[in-house]
Design a protein around this ligand. Sequence first.
Ligand code: SF4
Ligand code: SF4
Length: 257
Amino acid sequence: MSQKKTADGGGKKARLEREHLFRFKCYPGVSCFTQCCQDITIVLTPFDVLRLKNSLGISSDEFLEEYTIIIQKEKQLIPLVILKMNEEDKKCPFVTPEGCTVYHDRPWPCRMYPLDMNDDGTFSLIADASRCLGLKESDKWKISDWLSEQGIGPYEEMNELLSKITVPLNAKGLDITNPDITKMTLMALYNLDKFKDFVFKSTFLDRLEVEPERIEKVRNNDEDLLLFAFDWIKFGLLGKKVFGVKQKPSETTPSNI
Ligand code: SF4
Ligand code: SF4
């Protein structure tokens, strides 16, 4: 099965709740198989990048360089990271005639297809049944069952946690003029290998109080590292007291003796 996000063809689409049913079956025998894995815009979340770079066994740097286009708009802190289609045929770099080669770690929009989630938490069918022939199959899915089958749960959880950064940052309308801040934000969210070096190879842990158990988790698990990056952004840009600041020895030692 191969899924991804296509352009919205326009017009109002029905808003569906999780208990609604829709007809769908995607499988190698369907004549449109993998047609939807080309000429599409897939916006990657930090969790998508984490899963894909680990699936491919490459570093975040290599993944960003080889497979993405990063659009950093002026004064916008969080960049758009888009999966780069092949130049020659506009196909996804991970599609083969047999299907998706990163299926287990495919990005969120690919898992959702042919559905998309609306801002109010409802769902819409975004595929056109004349091109996505799986929508003409007789199999019926309850949306909640479909989401579960597609392994959407961890993606939804990470998206929810990410929104706790992006929503307040957008609301604050920060006027970011310091390019170092945008670079550090990009690194923390999308270049986890570099962020890990920053945490463990700089004075980071000398300056901030982090529980030893958490340090070990962050060292050994990329998902914990990403959650730690979310907290670091909350601390640095939203002023949340997620970490304590260590006092310098001169400040902790009584000076009047
Ligand atoms: S049935 Fe739809 S999702 Fe499946 S390959 Fe065809 S276009 Fe893509
Ligand atoms: S990641 Fe997989 S499912 Fe998504 S567009 Fe590429 S080949 Fe298709």
